[in-house]
Ligand binder design. Structure first.
Ligand SMILES: C[S@@+](CC[C@H](N)C(=O)[O-])C[C@H]1O[C@@H](n2cnc3c(N)ncnc32)[C@H](O)[C@@H]1O
Length: 288
C-alpha cells in the first residue's frame, strides 16, 4: 500500500545517514566540489539511491542503497580503453566509477521504474534522472544517459567490453530474456558483472533452484522483487543465454538480505551474437 501524505515526511526522515560502509564505497569516487556546490547538489534531488562523496568527504548524499562494499573488490581497477554499459543505473554511481577508472565510453540506461518504487515506498515524486544529471554536471562527465528499458538494449546498436547488471535481474519478469539480450550486447572477450538477489536457503543450490518471492517479502512496499537466485541457477541461465557460464564471486548477507555477485564470460556465439548452444537441447528432445 502506498504511503499517505502524512507518512511521507516521516518516511523520508527515516532514511538513515550514510554509515561508514556506505561512505567507504562512495569514497571510491571522490567528487571535488565546494561546500556550497555540494550542499546545493544534495538539496536539489528529493531522494538519492546512491551515496556520493562530495567536497573531500565533508558531504555525502543520503542514498537509500545500503552497504555495497562487497561489490568493489570485483570492480576493475583499470578500465582504460574499454567500453562499459551500466544497465539499471539509477543515480549512476557505477557508471561514473567506470569513467573515473579510464573507460573510453560509458553508457548508462534505466527505464526509471524506480519512480514507482520511490513513490510507493517513500511518497516522493521523482521526475527521473535528476540524481544522475546532478552528479554528471559536478563531474563534467561524458557518460551518456539513456532512458531505456533493458529489454530494448538492442536499440543501442553497439556492443560493450564490460556490462554492469547490478540490482536488476531479480526485478525483471523474464530474467533469461534479459541475460540473452546482455549476451548480444557483449563484445567477444567481454564480460558481464552481475549482482542480484540470492537465497537464504543454501540447500537450494543443490537443485540449481530459483526462489520465487512473495510480494513485499523482501522490501516493504516493494512489489518488484520476484526472484532469488542460486549460483547454480545463474550458471544454467547464463549457459542457455549463450555465455560460457556464471562464476560466483561472492554470496554475502547484506543487512539481512542474501546477495550474489558473479561474472558471466562471453561463450560461443556467432558473429551477430545469436546463440549457437541454446537450441541443441531442444533439438535432442522432441517432447517439448
Ligand atoms: C535497485 S536499483 C539498482 C541500481 C544500481 N544498478 C545499483 O545496483 O546500485 C534497480 C534499477 O533498475 C532499474 N530497472 C528495473 N527494471 C528495469 C528495466 N527493465 N530496464 C531498465 N532499468 C530497469 C530501476 O529503475 C532501478 O534504477
Amino acid at each position: 500500500m502506498p504511503v499517505s501524505v502524512d507518512e511521507r515526511g516521516a518516511a523520508v526522515a527515516s532514511i538513515p545517514a550514510p554509515t561508514a560502509a556506505e561512505k567507504a564505497v562512495a569514497d571510491a569516487l571522490p567528487i571535488e566540489v565546494s561546500a556550497e556546490a555540494a550542499q546545493a547538489a544534495i538539496d536539489s534531488v528529493p531522494l538519492w539511491f546512491h551515496t556520493f562523496s562530495l567536497n573531500g568527504g565533508q558531504f555525502y548524499t543520503h542514498g537509500v542503497a545500503r552497504d555495497h562494499r562487497y561489490r568493489l573488490p570485483f570492480f576493475p581497477e583499470d578500465l582504460s580503453g574499454r567500453s562499459v554499459l551500466d544497465v539499471g543505473a539509477f543515480d549512476g554511481f557505477y557508471a561514473f566509477l567506470a569513467e573515473s577508472r579510464g573507460a573510453s565510453r560509458v553508457v548508462a540506461v534505466d527505464n526509471e521504474q524506480y519512480r514507482d518504487w520511490v513513490r510507493a515506498r517513500w511518497g516522493v515524486e521523482l521526475e527521473g534522472g535528476e540524481g544522475f544529471r546532478t552528479i554528471a554536471r559536478l563531474l563534467e562527465s561524458d557518460v551518456e544517459y539513456r532512458k531505456l528499458d533493458a529489454f530494448e538494449l538492442d536499440e543501442l546498436g553497439e556492443r560493450f567490453d564490460l556490462i554492469l547488471c547490478f540490482g536488476i535481474l531479480h526485478r525483471v519478469e523474464n530474467p533469461l530474456g534479459l541475460l540473452s539480450i546482455l549476451r548480444r550486447r557483449l563484445e567477444s572477450g567481454g564480460e558481464v558483472l552481475l549482482e542480484t538477489y540470492g537465497v537464504e536457503d543454501k540447500s537450494l543450490e543443490d537443485a540449481a533452484a530459483i526462489h520465487v518471492c512473495e510480494s513485499g517479502e523482501v522490501y516493504a512496499r516493494d512489489d518488484f522483487v520476484y526472484w532469488g537466485f542460486t549460483g547454480g541457477s545463474l550458471d544454467r541461465l547464463a549457459r542457455i543465454a549463450g555465455f560460457a557460464g556464471a562464476t560466483v564471486l561472492d554470496a554475502p548477507m547484506i543487512d539481512g538480505h542474501p546477495r550474489i555477485i558473479c561474472r558471466l564470460e562471453a561463450g560461443a556465439a556467432d558473429a551477430d551474437g545469436s546463440l549457437v548452444g541454446a537450441a541443441s537441447g531442444a533439438e535432442a528432445n522432441g517432447n517439448g
